[in-house]
Design a protein around this ligand. Structure first.
Ligand SMILES: Nc1ncnc2c1ncn2[C@@H]1O[C@H](COP(=O)(O)OP(=O)(O)OP(=O)(O)O)[C@@H](O)[C@H]1O
Ligand SMILES: [Mg+2]
Length: 258
């Protein structure tokens, strides 16, 4: 029985169908699950199974077609547009595979960016940004622009930016997908350390060995939850270096990088 006070995410019968040019594409089909505060959860599944679509819905970046989605005991329909923006800015942090940093802007200013849209007073921005940057170990790169950083460093800036407003949950969509296994391992450790400090982490990955570092794995197939398992924490980072892609997409990405 889940403790109601700890419940952060409650998705009930979520379906999503895209309608484009008269064509309807059903993507999510009656997906239900709950996530408690403090969980570290991985969402896995083949390319096209609906992982990112689901993440967009639970991150208030998109609406479901059917079903009820509640975040922190309040359901989507009960939030005003302003409240949705506020929750997205202050209680959710996002990390994407493509970093989405401003390339000619310093690390410090990239990390400060979400605060511009928050209600946090400007005098606190510097301190918050500095502590998020310290969390990811990049305090020696404050004035570098993001174009002057390595891939792993860019991803750590993206994590710092996701952290800066001290969100309840961090949603990460393939944050290690563009990185070599050693750097991926560091990013995973950063996420795990954040989880130990109380942040809820929802991590999408194709990579089973990365997923095994989570406390729980939801596996999706064809828009449905195929399995939802609490797993034993391996805490074995060496497993990541042996990681194998489950989807051809990662191979394509690697080839493009070469
Ligand atoms: N705007 C859209 N219009 C129509 N179909 C879409 C749209 N966005 C996504 N889809 C389809 O929805 C399905 C699920 O996409 P989604 O991005 O959620 O998959 P995914 O599991 O994250 O895949 P990947 O591992 O490749 O990132 C895909 O088949 C995709 O083609
Ligand atoms: Mg995706």
């Amino acid at each position: 029985m889940r403790n109601k006070k700890l419940l952060l995410i409650d998705a009930k019968g979520i379906s999503k169908t895209y309608f484009t040019d008269g064509i309807s594409t059903p993507v999510l089909k009656d997906v239900s699950f709950k996530i408690e505060k403090g969980e570290f959860i991985a969402i896995t599944g083949p390319s096209g199974s609906g992982k990112s679509t689901l993440l967009h819905i639970i991150g208030f970046l998109d609406d479901q077609t059917k079903g009820i989605y509640c975040f922190d005991s309040k359901c989507l329909g009960d939030y005003t547009e302003d409240e949705i923006a506020e929750v997205r800015n202050s209680e959710m942090g996002f990390v994407f595979q493509a970093f989405n940093l401003l390339s000619r802007t310093s690390v410090l200013d990239n990390v400060k960016l979400p605060l511009l849209y928050s209600k946090i007073p400007e005098k606190e921005w510097e301190n918050l940004a500095m502590s998020a940057i310290k969390e990811v170990g990049l305090e020696h790169r404050l004035d570098h622009t993001s174009s002057q950083l390595s891939g792993g460093e860019k991803q750590r800036v993206a994590i710092a930016r996701a952290l800066v407003s001290q969100p309840k949950v961090i949603f990460a969509d393939e944050p290690t997908g563009n990185l070599d296994s050693k750097t991926g391992k560091k990013i995973l450790k950063t996420l795990r350390d954040l989880n130990k400090k109380g942040h809820t982490i929802v991590l999408i990955t194709h990579d089973q060995s990365i997923a095994k570092s989570a406390d729980r794995i939801i596996h999706m197939i064809d828009g449905k939850i195929d399995s939802d398992k609490i797993i034993k924490k391996t805490k074995n980072e060496s497993a990541i270096s042996k990681s194998r892609p489950l989807s051809p997409k990662r191979d394509e990405v690697k080839k493009k990088r070469k």
